[in-house]
Write a protein that binds this ligand. Structure first.
Ligand SMILES: NC(=O)c1ccc[n+]([C@@H]2O[C@H](COP(=O)([O-])OP(=O)(O)OC[C@H]3O[C@@H](n4cnc5c(N)ncnc54)[C@H](O)[C@@H]3O)[C@@H](O)[C@H]2O)c1
Length: 281
């Protein structure tokens, strides 16, 4: 069924795998022209070919989201190939689970910050103004994580969650700043999803290249045992786009941890109230 997004252009980053690949395909099935962007050229081409074989309107562009020039070139490519951009899905991201922060290598701090945070900064800088320019209904969607709302005590996600808190903050800021404009902002906060997320196959050579560490296997197995499918997440995202939802969740598993965190924050305010009262402030 045609929608207001039929024949319009979407950019999806991290589109060679997992949530990005499933969502890119779904957007194309909904009649959009989709530019698939990813740093891994070979799987990216395979995804493009699979979509093309189904008769979907897609193009692929090898992109490093941590590189500002690369995102600018992606936006140029999308406009030149399919015209004005109506959906930007800033989804590419990497895992950094299972390592205590004091044991993390500096290259990994750099990698997780560069990919997970700078990707969204670059999207805001290079893609959002192009979406704003045409003035029609559009979507700017960032993938954070349920880890953007809490630090899971069992999964050693301090560094990863740090980046996803940043994505959440940027998304909330954009929602405030773009209220009343035709650009709807959403933030995807998935719980566990069965994807290639546990592998470090996209770790760039300049930071030491791909790794195979025990904690990556742990994450892969954990996702398989409790995760939902990327197709499910893609359908959830499409529904949320139609309803103009801001927070896009996929399951309730982290709710007790988030509630506990909020209780601790409120308790800390009560402690501050008591201190002010004692000091007659
Ligand atoms: N899988 C989960 O359980 C889960 C949970 C919460 C949030 N997320 C988030 O979902 C998003 C998608 O992850 P996924 O689970 O589909 O993982 P995935 O590994 O299957 O897909 C991520 C894709 O991003 C690409 N990528 C990595 N670095 C890049 C770079 N510098 N430039 C361009 N592309 C790059 C990878 O090549 C890969 O194709 C990520 O932001 C991740 O943090 C995943």
């Amino acid at each position: 069924m045609p929608t207001y997004l039929s024949n319009k252009t979407a950019i999806v980053t991290g589109a060679a795998s997992g949530i990005g690949a499933a969502t890119a395909k779904l957007l194309a099935q909904q009649g959009m022209h989709v530019v698939l962007a990813d740093i891994q050229a070979e799987p990216l081409e395979q995804c493009r070919q699979q979509c093309a074989d189904e008769g979907l309107s897609v193009a692929a562009y090898v992109t490093d989201v941590s590189d500002t020039d690369s995102i600018k070139a992606l936006a140029d490519f999308a406009e030149q190939t399919f015209g004005d951009i109506y959906v930007a899905f800033n989804n590419a991201g990497i895992a950094m689970h299972g390592v205590p922060m004091e044991e993390m290598r500096l290259q990994d701090w750099q990698w997780v910050i560069d990919v997970n945070i700078k990707s969204v900064v670059h999207g805001i800088h290079h893609i959002l103004p192009r979406i704003r320019k045409h003035g029609q209904a559009a979507h700017f969607i960032n993938t954070a994580s349920i880890g953007g709302l809490q630090v899971n005590p069992n999964w050693l996600t301090g560094a990863y969650s740090m980046t996803k808190y940043a994505v959440l903050a940027m998304s909330e800021g954009l929602r405030n700043e773009l209220a009343g404009t035709p650009v709807n902002v959403s933030v995807v906060c998935p719980g566990a999803v069965v994807t290639d997320f546990g592998s470090a196959s996209s770790r760039p050579l300049r930071l030491g290249g791909p790794t195979q560490r025990p904690e990556q296997e742990f994450l892969t197995e954990a996702l398989i045992s409790v995760g939902v499918s990327p197709d499910f997440v893609a359908r959830r995202i499409w529904q949320a786009m139609q309803n103009k939802e801001f927070f896009i969740f996929t399951d309730r598993a982290a709710v007790p941890v988030i509630e506990d965190r909020h209780q601790r924050i409120l308790q800390a305010f009560k402690t501050a109230d008591g201190f002010r009262a004692q000091n007659k402030i």
